[in-house]
Design a protein around this ligand. Structure first.
Ligand SMILES: C[S@@+](CC[C@H](N)C(=O)[O-])C[C@H]1O[C@@H](n2cnc3c(N)ncnc32)[C@H](O)[C@@H]1O
Length: 394
């Protein structure tokens, strides 16, 4: 525990400057409220109800700031509890929240293993933390104990194949640099990196870049004292042990075995996903959502659903009208999406506020034809993460 605390106090992760909050909002998965709604609530969450969130191992605050900023801008009632072991990471997260004038956050210094002491939550974010615990399942159980039965959980954990070359280096640096301060370890490891052969699998791996971005990134990737990667079926089993089931992956297409081969009938869903992971070979992290095992499925909003595009709707509509194939890349895998040209008028109407009924009227499409056309849009764009449904009202 103390090695980890020393690391995150010396190099709070990720490296962030609170002054940058004036220039940009960092958004991403998991834990954008639109994505939470899309995956966990079938795009139909009632955002007039309070949303109680725990950000567990919140680090320097990326998910925290995204959640608080988006929900505050949308004017939705919410409360967020941040907890992290590292006081230095918390200091950065607090400064970022202050720079934005966010008032919905309570900061706590402590362990996520005590999560239930902070309350019962509608949603828990835990990004990049559980694979660093001595017993990840104990962490998952602690989070389950803090989650309401109808709540949801967003996570990121490391995946093995896209992290080729990382683990031999972690082992070697761990043994060679034991007993040094974090600063000395970093300097020595950076020097050692220079002497590695050009053909080292890590040097040939284009999918991991953290070490090039900051000292905190280098340390987190190559000098971590406790780090394990999960294949998706292993992670699914860990979730199940703690009382969770997978609700959805980001983006789902990465785990679709059908894109490579006919899925054998005797494989269950997690085995199929793991086979897709083996075949892609490039997935370095799993991002997804889970809900308590056996939770009742949510109902969508039908024609009152509100679609959001994570690409510029006008540019997208233009490309579709011109019959172009859209390449969408995620974690080293490129998916080619093709939509019928008549979908262009519909796409141009999507603005994150209009309902499907309004879009159908605006595009002057016959309601019956619209249903068929919209299905093609959804089937093409949602699996690659370009389309999500939420009545958040951004
Ligand atoms: C890799 S960082 C991830 C930070 C943040 N979630 C993100 O994705 O940007 C891991 C964080 O987890 C924290 N952490 C590790 N073990 C923890 C525990 N048992 N309880 C709470 N925080 C923990 C560390 O202090 C560190 O800030």
């Amino acid at each position: 525990m103390s090695d980890i605390l020393d690391q995150y106090n010396a190099y709070p992760y990720p490296e962030r400057d609170p002054a940058d909050e004036a220039k940009r909002l960092i958004t991403g998965s998991p834990s954008h409220p639109v994505e939470i709604d899309h995956v966990l609530y079938a795009g139909n969450r009632d955002w007039s109800l309070p949303f109680d969130v725990l950000v567990a191992g919140g680090g320097t605050g990326d998910a925290l700031i995204q959640l608080a900023t988006v929900l505050t801008r949308a004017g939705k009632p919410h409360r967020i509890t941040y907890v992290d072991l590292s006081t230095e990471a918390r200091r950065v997260a607090e400064a970022r929240a202050k720079a934005r004038g966010l008032t919905s956050i309570t900061f706590q210094t402590g362990s996520l293993l005590d999560a239930a002491e902070y309350g019962q939550f509608d949603y828990i974010d835990c990004c990049g933390v559980l694979h660093h615990l001595e017993e990840p399942v104990a962490g998952l159980r602690a989070l389950r104990a803090a989650l309401k039965d109808e709540g949801g959980f967003g996570w990121m954990v490391y995946a093995p194949y896209g992290r080729g070359g990382v683990y031999p280096l972690q082992e070697a640096f761990g043994a060679l640099l034991a007993g040094l301060t974090p600063q000395e370890r970093l300097a020595r490891a950076r020097a050692l990196m220079e002497s590695l052969p050009k053909g080292h699998p890590f040097k040939l791996n284009p999918h991991v870049v953290d070490h090039k971005q900051s000292d905190a990134g280098f340390y987190d990737l190559l000098l971590h004292s406790q780090d394990r990667a999960f294949r998706i079926d292993e992670w699914g089993a860990a979730l199940a042990e703690a009382g969770f089931e997978v609700a959805g992956m980001c983006p789902p297409a990465l785990y679709d075995l059908g894109r490579y081969a006919d899925p054998p009938e005797d494989m269950d869903q997690l085995q199929r996903m793991a086979m897709a992971e083996r075949l892609s070979g490039t997935i370095r992290k799993h991002v997804g959502y889970a809900r308590p095992t056996g939770a009742a499925p949510r109902k969508g909003a039908g024609m009152q659903a509100v679609p959001h595009l994570s690409a510029d709707p006008v540019k997208l509509a233009r490309a579709v009208a011109a019959g172009k194939t859209l390449p969408v890349t995620s974690q080293g895998v490129t998916f080619d999406v093709t939509l019928p040209p008549e979908a262009a008028t519909v796409l141009a109407q999507v603005n994150g506020r209009r309902t499907l009924a309004e879009i159908a009227r605006g595009a002057k499409t016959d309601p019956f034809l619209f249903q068929g056309l919209w299905r093609k849009v959804e089937d093409g764009l949602a699996p690659v993460g370009l389309l999500q449904m939420s009545r958040l009202g951004l």
